[in-house]
Design a protein around this ligand. Sequence first.
Ligand code: NAI
Length: 332
Amino acid sequence: MEKIAFFDTKPYDKIYFDKLNKEFEIEYFESRLRPESVRLAEGCKAVCAFVNDDIGEKSINKLADMGVKVLAMRCAGYNNVSLKAAQGRITVVRVPAYSPYAVAEHAIGMILMLNRKLHKAYIRTRDFNFSLNGLIGFDLHGKTAGVIGTGKIGRAFIDICRGFGMKVIANDPYPAENSGIDYVSREEIFRQSDIISLHCPLTSDTKYIINEQALSMMKPETIIVNTSRGKLIDSEALLDALNEKRIGGAALDVYEEETDLFFEDNSDRIVTDEVLSLLVSRPNVLITSHQAFLTNEALQSIAEITLKNLHDFFAGNPLEYEIKYKGDEHHA
Ligand code: NAI
């Protein structure tokens, strides 16, 4: 039985992997995969890792030296993997889509919460404070949603926006054919949108796509939503724009410095990230900790596809979801 070293394990990961796995011996480790923890994979030919594991050149070299043959990412994004270092030594597979609806619906949930101030209302009514002061939102109907990245998640998001009666504009270097989507320049997205939602991967072209210049073009009511990757937004520039009331708010499921914080309970720690501390304290900022994927359907699909990727690798079958180095490390 092939052994899989499964890093960064959380209780919710185990549910579907344990239920669906018939073929492998899975060794679960709570530790993140990083150069210092690579040795846990001793004796395993397969490693399963997640979004905040450090799978740069150092980790890859160590894994390859230990005889690891396949790295199965149980996520869509792979900007944390050095494909260049893995090239020709370790096969990398991923789960390109598990539930685009999970992420798109979370983005919508955050928009509704932030716009209609449900986060405040929830806390108020628990304290029998039934005042409505300060809770004014705006109708989504008739407003413009600007979507950056119209892949699987972006299009699921667009479908929901259309259901709300919103006007949708989008930007993507590879427009979706026959989608009826109105593609415009990035600048037009920034200038026209009431909601801007990011659904593109993190690459050298998209790093800090929301920067000072982009923020300066936005309307004062605009809400920015990021369920993709933290580094798409220059957080300091975002904080400045929020402080100066140049934008309406931000809904963030990801944060550029999330690696050592998100997915963990830090309530007993002094968190010294000043930008995050200030963002958390703003009433018009909503932060969730990389939670957008977390539905039963997505977790089941992640386990199914990851186990199938590994089965195909060891059976010598063609690999549907292999990712290869193409010259952009995504380590923007
Ligand atoms: P996808 O590959 O189906 O779509 C990505 C789209 O972005 C493609 O249409 C691509 O052409 C476009 N794109 C690439 N470069 C661009 C650029 N410079 N400007 C505008 N668009 C660009 O990926 P999918 O499944 O829709 O996922 C999108 C992102 O969502 C992932 O890359 C990942 O980072 C993130 N994600 C976040 C999750 C969470 O739990 N918060 C869960 C799953 C994915």
